[in-house]
Structures are given as C-alpha cells and as structure tokens.
Design a protein around this ligand. Structure first.
Ligand code: DX5
Ligand code: ZN
Length: 221
C-alpha cells in the first residue's frame, strides 16, 4: 500500500509565528499544509480568513488544503480560491446546495472537498461523491485540536474505499482529528490517502522524523 500524504495542521502551531510554521511543514517533507478556517458559528472558535492564506501562500510550495468549518461556505469560495488554496473543503452539515458549491470551487480552478462530522453518515454525501476530489472524514468533532480520535469513524473510511472501487470514482479520502503515533496504524489500515495531523506534528521535536513515522515509512527510506 502507498504511504498516505501527510497534511500538518497549522491550528496546532503558535499563531504568532505562522510564517515559521508554514516553513517548518515544508522543511519536514510533508506534502500538504492543512489550514483550518473557523467562523465562530459552525464551530465555537475563530481562526483566520482568506487574507491569511494569501499572505502565507508565497512562503510554501506545499499543497494548501483549506478546511472550511463555516456556515455559508459558498460565500467564501471565491476569496479562498483567489488566496491560493489548492483544495477547498466544506461541510455537508453547513450546505444545502452542496453540488452548486462544489461546482463553484471547480469553476474557480480548485479541487473540491466535502467533509462529514462524526455523527454524519456516508449516505449524506452519496449523491455528490461523483463530483468531489476529496472526502474529509472527521475523526473528532470539529472545532479544536488535540482531541481523541473516535475509532468508529474509521468505518466510514472503509465504506468510502469500497464505494470508490465499486463505482470507479476518483476522490481522495482524508482523515482529520486525533491522528498520532498511538492511532495512526489504524488510520492507515482503513485505507486513507491523506492524514491531517496537528498536535502530533507541532509537538514533535524532530518533525521530519515524525512525518516518516506517521506515514509508516520510518526506517524504510
Ligand atoms: C479540528 C481541525 C483539525 C485539527 C486536528 O477541528 O479540523 O484539523 O487541527 O488537530 P489534531 O491532529 O491535534 O487532532
Ligand atoms: Zn481540519
């Protein structure tokens, strides 16, 4: 099995040093940078908006993986596309016209992702699976870093792997929340393509070594 892509989440970094955090991600060998956008409505906390993404964009050549934890995601597509996001992912729980929003993201030249919280089942996104580039399965309730992975959510990853195979779809499957050394083998075994890691990455002294360990290729290259 191919090693999954690692997407360290800036949420776990010191926001007073975001530029340095973005550089640390690239230097570690991680392929993607995960940017958590919180609006204080869909989730209790607030983080940052498109201007922050635009300002950080020139500092990194990693893939910018924007995770919108916001209501009315359709209003934000244009701004984040212009800011230089590569993937724009929003929550099905925050969208009525999800297909329209996916189309808008793709029309802006970006990859479109759909996310589900732990209490949402795959059936809620079944109709739009043919149109998305990424499915982000939350393994914690969104809003905070450093929470415990809910193992039952990994069943949804397995279901998605099966549906993708059966129907010939091509989306990537990503997992977000509680990915760390103690849980990562179960996450990889479920068949993910991308793993988001916040605290596990930013708490590690040796970030490059942590990336290899999480990807399951430490000592193999
Ligand atoms: C949670 C965010 C996650 C978070 C993950 O709402 O969407 O991306 O940063 O953090 P860890 O890996 O610490 O659980
Ligand atoms: Zn996230």
């Amino acid at each position: 099995m191919k090693a999954p892509i690692l997407a360290p989440s800036l949420l776990a970094s010191n926001f007073a040093y975001l530029a340095e955090a973005v550089r640390q991600i690239e230097a570690s060998g991680a392929e993607w940078t995960h940017l958590d956008v919180m609006d204080g409505v869909f989730v209790p906390e607030l983080t940052f908006g498109a201007k922050m993404v635009a300002d950080l964009r020139p500092l990194s050549s990693t893939v910018f993986d924007v995770h919108l934890m916001t209501v009315n995601p359709e209003r934000l597509v244009e701004g984040f596309a212009r800011a230089g996001a590569d993937y724009i992912t929003f929550h099905i729980e925050a969208a009525v016209h999800a297909h329209r929003t996916i189309t808008a993201i793709k029309d802006s030249g970006k990859k479109a992702g759909i996310s589900i919280v732990p209490s949402t089942s795959i059936t809620a996104i079944e109709e739009i699976l043919p149109f998305v580039d990424l499915v982000l399965v939350m393994t914690v309730n969104p809003g905070y870093g450093g929470q415990k992975l809910i193992p039952q959510c990994l069943e949804k990853v397995k279901q998605l792997v099966q549906i993708r195979e059966e129907k010939g779809y091509s989306f990537l499957i990503s997992v977000d929340g509680g990915v760390k050394i103690e849980t990562v083998s179960t996450v990889r075994d479920a068949g993910v393509d991308v793993m988001v890691a916040g605290e596990a990455f930013f708490r590690a002294e040796d970030k490059a070594a942590m990336v290899l360990q999480l990807k399951g290729i430490a000592g193999k290259i």
